[in-house]
Each structure stands twice: as C-alpha cells, then as structure tokens.
Design a protein around this ligand. Structure first.
Ligand code: MLT
Length: 236
C-alpha cells in the first residue's frame, strides 16, 4: 500500500518502519541531490544540522548548504541543482548537504527499511523501481517549515499515479494528491507558479533553478537510494 505525509509536522501520526520512504523536496533539495549524483558526485550525505554538515569536510566531503533559500558563507556548494549539472568540478566528489526542510525529512525517516529521493527529474525511474518492490511505500513531502507545499504535494500525486500499489484507504492525503495531479498534470508550471516557495525562489532570481526542478524524466536510468549513510545512484 501507499501512504502520503504532507508535512514533517505530521510524521508522528505515521509509522515508517519496514516501509520504503520517498523523500520529496522538489524546490530544491531532492532535485539537487538527484542532479548532483547524475552529474558525477559519487555520494551525498544529508545532515539536518549545519555544523555537523561542515564537520564532514574532515572526512573528505565537500560541504553544501542553504537556509531560507540562501547560500551559507563558508560552504563551497549551494542547494542549486544547476551548480552541479554538467559541471566537471562536481565529478568524483562526495557532498555533505544541509537544507532548511529536505534534509530534516531524511533524518525523520531513519526507521524506514529503505529511503529514496524523489523528484520530477527521476520520476519515471523511481516509479518503475518501486513497482518491482513488495514493501509498503511512504511518500514524505518536506513542505516549507512545517507547512504543506504545492510542489511536493503535486509530485507525490504524480508518483502515486504511476504506482501499481494501492493507496491506503485510511489516507485521504493520497486521494488528495492524486486528484491534484490529475487536475494539473497538463499545466504543471502554471499551477506551481502559485506555490509560495516558487515565489520565494523567483524573488531571489532563481527562476532557472525552478524551471530545471520541474523538468520531467531528465534522468531515466537510476534511482537515488540511501546506502549505509550516503545517498548514491543505483541502476533501476
Ligand atoms: C529545503 O530543503 O528547504 C529547500 O531545498 C530550500 C531551497 O529551496 O533551497
């Protein structure tokens, strides 16, 4: 079965143990992690805490961070997927990433059997791989500081609509996101222009990042999965 959690503030109402969790933070953490790994980064360690993230530099990680959509002084890398995409400098590095919302969801999912990162960029590959698994699936939307976000909810609907597993009948959020996707699947960009975080990032001059995060199935060969402590890409 599939369940959807629309915000980290609701996670205490669910059980993730033994499930496959898909962490969703379309703008921009999950899009950044997927893009970094598809652009030659060999591993991404997520850290909710900025100091712990920076400390990973002593273990050959390069530090990347963002708070409130802004880069952090002293961190070599940011949370922009376009900083990694087709950038030869990201080739072969290990990245430690801390963001406002997305990395916290990974931390809150530690009891899960498996953790994936979902984004529009690897939507189909993620669905294909999930459709071969037997375990329950949990779609975990990062939102913004505890609030629900349109882009994460819409993506949860897009993924759910490609899954063969049935939504848990007790989970109205599953029905909600599936209907949201069915209403807006042909006008994703126009619909998501209403999103609060779209406007926040757009006001910071990050329109190119936003458009990149909405591209569907740019990466079709791999899922992004937590292996021991690091996210890596794995062929589907
Ligand atoms: C987050 O994790 O909160 C986001 O990715 C924020 C951002 O757009 O950088």
């Amino acid at each position: 079965m599939v369940e959807v959690c629309l915000s980290p503030e609701l996670i205490h109402l669910y059980e993730v143990k033994s499930k496959i969790v898909v962490v969703i933070d379309i703008l921009r953490a999950s899009s950044t992690i997927v893009t970094a790994l598809e652009s030659g980064v060999v591993a991404v360690r997520t850290e909710a805490d900025l100091t712990a993230c920076k400390a990973l530099e002593t273990q050959q990680y390069e530090a990347a961070a963002e708070r409130n959509g802004e880069p952090i002084e002293g961190f070599r890398w940011t949370n922009s997927p376009l900083q990694y995409y087709q950038n030869p400098e990201s080739n072969g590095i290990k990245l430690a990433l801390s963001t406002t919302n997305g990395t916290r969801c990974v931390q809150l999912s530690q009891a899960a059997d498996t953790i994936l990162i979902g984004s529009f960029l690897n939507l189909q590959a993620t669905a294909e791989w999930l459709n071969r698994q037997e375990k329950d699936i949990f779609l975990f939307c990062a939102g913004w500081k505890g609030k629900v976000s349109l882009e994460d909810s819409l993506f949860a609907g897009a993924l759910l609509c490609q899954l063969s597993a049935k939504p848990n009948p007790q989970c109205d959020a599953s029905t909600m996101v599936a209907q949201l996707w069915n209403l807006h699947r042909d006008n994703v960009t126009e619909f998501l222009a209403e999103s609060a975080h779209y406007k926040r990032l757009n006001n910071k001059g990050l329109a190119e990042d936003i458009q990149f995060c909405f591209r569907q199935n740019l990466f079709t060969e791999n899922i992004v999965i937590l292996h021991e402590k690091d996210f890596v890409k794995q062929a589907i």
